[in-house]
Design a protein around this ligand. Structure first.
Ligand code: AMP
Length: 460
C-alpha cells in the first residue's frame, strides 16, 4: 500500500515521497484514515514505528494555512522529544510555505516563546509545564480554533505527573479531537484519559511492546564486575552503535568512567547533564560521533537515534516497562537489533521476572575470551530424578517416631536416637512392602495354577 491510497492531497503524497517515505508503516495505516476523519484515538505503538508521522501527516493535511490561529497542539513529556517532533514538522515547511510551527519547551527561552504574540503559529509542540504556563496562565494567544490535541508518550506524561497541566489545557480547549500515543496501555492510563476524552474514542492495540525484529539475550557475566564484563563484551561483539543502559546515575557515571579508563571513548547521557550539555550530546549522538553511548533511562523513551544495533542493560530497571523502552531503541523501522541483559547469581530474580512477562530470551555466558551459548541459562530446569513420595501412613508414623524420640532436655546421642527411631519405622514398612510383593507373587502363582486346573477339567 502507498500513501496515495489514503484520502491525502497530491501535495502531501509528493511531499512524503520527497522526504523518502514511500509506504505507510502499520501504525500510520491505522491512524491516518481515522485521524483525517476527526476520530479521537489511543494507539499503542511500537517505538520506532513511525507514530510521529501518523499524527503529523493528518494534522498538516487538515491545517488551514490561510488562518494564523493555533489549530493543533502536540504535548510531549521531554524537551528532547518535543524538539524531535518539532524538527520532523519543520521538514514539511519546504512544501507548505505558510506552515507555522512553534516549539514551546524550557529549551527555548521565554522571550523567544512569547515572541509569537503577533503572528500565532498553526501548530504548537511543547512540554506540559511550558504549555500550561504560556497558554493557560499567561494566555498568550487564543485557542478557539484548536481542533486537535496529541498526547505523545502518554504513559510517560502520566508517570512524570503532567496530567494536571494537561487537564488545565483541556479546560480551555473546546471539544478537540484527541490522539494519544503510548508504548504501554495500562489501566491507570486509560482511567486518567477517560476524564477528558469523548465517547467515540477508539483503542488501537498493537500488543508487541518492542519491535519483533529485536532479539533478546541474557548474558551471565559471573562476578567479574560490570565494567570488566562490558569491556570484554564490546571487544568480542564490536557493535556498530550501541547504547549501554544503567538504572542509576551513579552507575551510569561509573560505567562511563570505567570505559574511559579502559581506552573506550563513549558518550555520556543522563539527567544530571545541564540543558546545553544534553543538547550537545544528542547532536553528537545523531552525528554518529561515537559508537558507544552510556545512558540512563532518560534516553530510553522515544528519542529517535537511527541505526542503533545493540542495546545493553547493565542491570534491569525496577519498572519493567523501561526494559521495553530500552530494547525499543534498536530494531527501529524494520531493522534488526539485539538487546543484551547482563546478569549474575545476585540478579537472577529480576531477570526471571522479565522472562515471566513473556519476553523470549536466549542465553550466553561471558568468559574471558568468548561469548558462549548457554543452552539452559535461566530456563526452568526439569528435575531428572524425582524423589519418591512416601505413603501417607508411613510419613505419619515417622513424624510420631520423631516426636517420641525428641528428649525434653538436650541429651547426648539425641540425633542418633532419632535417626534410629526413623529407621525402625522405615524397616517396618520395607518389610511390609516385601511381604506384600511376596503375597502378590504367590497370588499370581495360585491363579495360574487354578487356570490350568480349570482348563484340564474343561477338556475332560
Ligand atoms: P517514530 O516512531 O515516530 O519515532 O519514527 C521513527 C523513524 O521512522 C523516524 O526516523 C522517521 O523519519 C521514520 N519514518 C516515519 N514514517 C516513515 C515511513 N512511512 N517510511 C519510512 N520511514 C519513516
Amino acid at each position: 500500500m502507498s500513501f496515495s491510497g489514503f484520502s491525502l492531497s497530491k501535495k502531501m503524497v509528493s511531499a512524503l515521497k520527497s522526504l523518502g517515505y514511500e509506504e505507510p508503516s502499520k501504525v500510520q495505516s491505522v491512524v491516518i484514515p481515522k485521524a483525517l476523519r476527526g476520530v479521537s484515538l489511543l494507539a499503542q505503538s511500537e517505538t520506532g514505528s513511525g507514530k510521529t508521522h501518523s499524527y503529523l501527516i493528518p494534522i498538516i493535511e487538515k491545517t488551514d494555512l490561510n488562518l494564523n490561529r493555533v489549530q493543533a497542539i502536540i504535548v510531549a513529556p521531554t524537551r528532547e522529544l518535543a524538539r524531535q517532533t518539532y524538527d520532523f514538522a519543520r521538514q514539511f515547511q519546504r512544501f507548505y510555505q505558510n506552515l507555522r510551527v512553534r516549539l514551546y519547551s524550557s529549551e527555548a527561552d521565554v522571550t523567544q516563546n512569547e515572541e509569537g504574540r503577533n503572528i500565532p503559529p498553526q501548530i504548537i509542540i511543547g512540554t506540559p509545564g511550558r504549555l500550561k504556563d504560556l497558554l493557560v496562565d499567561k494566555h498568550i494567544m487564543t485557542l478557539q480554533n484548536v481542533r486537535t490535541v496529541v498526547l505523545d508518550e502518554a504513559d510517560m506524561l502520566l508517570d512524570m505527573g503532567f496530567f494536571s497541566d494537561i487537564e488545565a489545557l483541556f479546560g480551555i480547549i473546546e471539544d478537540p479531537q484527541i490522539m494519544v500515543f503510548s508504548a504501554t496501555l495500562r489501566q491507570n492510563l486509560r482511567d486518567e484519559l477517560l476524564k477528558f476524552v469523548r465517547s467515540d474514542f477508539e483503542f488501537e492495540n498493537d500488543k508487541t511492546e518492542t519491535a519483533s525484529t529485536v532479539k533478546h539475550h541474557m548474558i551471565d557475566v559471573k562476578h567479574n564486575g560490570s565494567v570488566n564484563a562490558l569491556v570484554t563484551f564490546l571487544r568480542l561483539r564490536r557493535p556498530y552503535l550501541c547504547i549501554v543502559f544503567a538504572s542509576t546515575v551513579k552507575m551510569v557515571d561509573e560505567i562511563h568512567k570505567g570505559l574511559k579508563e579502559n581506552g573506550i571513548d563513549a558518550i555520556y547521557f543522563s539527567g544530571s547533564l545541564d540543558d546545553r550539555s544534553r543538547k550537545k550530546a544528542i547532536r553528537e549522538i545523531r552525528a554518529n560521533k561515537y559508537s558507544v553511548i552510556v545512558a540512563s533511562d532518560l534516553l530510553s523513551r522515544g528519542i529517535d537515534i537511527p541505526d542503533v544495533t545493540d542495546v545493553i542493560s547493565i542491570d534491569l530497571p525496577s519498572d519493567l516497562d523501561f526494559y521495553h523502552h530500552r530494547a525499543g531503541r534498536t530494531g527501529r523501522f524494520g531493522k534488526e537489533g539485539d538487546s543484551w541483559v547482563f546478569y549474575n547469581a545476585d540478579s537472577v530474580n529480576a531477570a526471571k521476572r522479565i522472562m515471566e512477562e513473556g519476553v523470549k530470551f536466549d542465553f550466553y555466558v561471558l568468559r574471558k575470551d568468548e561469548l558462549k551459548v548457554d543452552t539452559v541459562g535461566l530456563l526452568p530446569k526439569t528435575k531428572l530424578s524425582k524423589k519418591k513420595e512416601l505413603p501417607e501412613e508411613e510419613r505419619k508414623e515417622i513424624s510420631i517416631a520423631k516426636a517420641q524420640a525428641r528428649p525434653k532436655h538436650i541429651e547426648p546421642m539425641y540425633k542418633k536416637k532419632k535417626q534410629f527411631a526413623i529407621e525402625k519405622v522405615k524397616r517396618k514398612y520395607r518389610k511390609k512392602a516385601i511381604q506384600k510383593s511376596i503375597r502378590k507373587e504367590l497370588e499370581k502363582e495360585y491363579k495360574a495354577k487354578a487356570k490350568s486346573v480349570n482348563r484340564k477339567y474343561e477338556k475332560q
